[in-house]
Design a protein around this ligand. Structure first.
Ligand code: MLT
Length: 271
């Protein structure tokens, strides 16, 4: 199936870049940090026969840009809304990996009527706690001192489970190279946006749409216990707990992830 790369722009987002492929009900896939829309390429072939996939590069990532030094989750959600407006898509299942999930939460908060389902892939509705903020501040200081290389090389391997990391060093190395493509200014903006995001557990409690939870038992970025606790909040939760999986199921367990997203997307669109 052919993938179109599409572009638009506004004053706030001079380049808005996204991919569109597939056919059927709309399904948005939001990448995390420090990624871009290509993150999803391993599972696109399984989903595209069933859904119209909209895969943005979030502002500052991939080919998308933003004006000004700062970003917020609400900015990123607004860019997603702009893409849906341009595509004339009134509603969609919104799936987000990690930071993309925080963006999906901001989208669901602001535009609940546009959400037919919310899939949180190794993500959640929580704000950063003080310890996480402190760790991010140290990383920002390192990035400001020109330490992007060290930061990315230390961070990316830790996203994968120990077993996967040992068995697939090439994938981990490729992801590290992809992470290095993001510029340090955008990394800082993303980290500041994550640090200042509010707790959105209320959005889960009042959700009129189903929520899917993709959880890695060995995920240290979004620990399973934290995700499972939040999974009790919505009226309708689909919970998938992957053994031997860290934060990166689109690489670690792609067939399982694609199958679970397919099932959830069908449910969200048929209610
Ligand atoms: C991500 O994978 O998007 C980030 O690691 C999320 C985070 O740092 O909270």
């Amino acid at each position: 199936m052919k993938t179109q790369r599409k572009y638009a722009g506004t004053e706030r987002y001079p380049v808005i870049a996204w991919q569109r492929t597939g056919s059927g009900p709309a399904f948005v896939l939001l990448h995390g940090f420090p990624e871009n829309g290509d993150l999803w390429s391993g599972i696109v072939p399984a989903l595209a026969p069933h859904f119209t996939l909209i895969i943005p590069d979030l502002p500052g990532a991939g080919e998308s840009t933003y004006a000004g030094p700062h970003l917020t989750m609400e900015d990123m959600a607004a860019q997603v809304a702009e893409i849906l407006r341009l595509e004339e898509i009134p509603e969609a299942v919104i799936a987000g990996h990690s930071m993309g999930g925080y963006t999906a939460m901001a989208f669901a908060d602001r535009y609940p009527g546009k959400v037919t389902g919310l899939a949180l892939v190794h993500s959640g509705a929580h704000a950063d706690d003080e310890q996480k903020k402190e760790t991010r501040s140290k990383s920002i200081a390192l990035l400001r001192k020109g330490g992007k290389d060290a930061f990315v090389r230390q961070m990316i391997p830790g996203l994968f489970s120990a077993g996967y990391r040992a068995a697939h060093p090439g994938v981990v190395a490729r992801q590290t190279e992809r992470g290095l493509q993001l510029d340090a200014g955008a990394m800082i903006a993303f980290y500041e946006a994550m640090m200042s995001r509010p707790d959105r557990t209320e959005v889960l409690r009042r959700a009129a749409f189903p929520v899917q939870w993709i959880i890695g038992r060995e995920d240290t970025t979004t620990p399973a216990a934290q995700a499972l606790q939040q999974a009790a909040m919505p009226d309708v939760s689909f919970i998938a707990l992957y053994e031997d999986c860290g934060h990166m199921s689109m690489f670690e367990q792609p067939a399982q992830l694609a199958g679970d997203l397919l099932e959830f997307g069908r449910y969200g669109n048929n209610r």
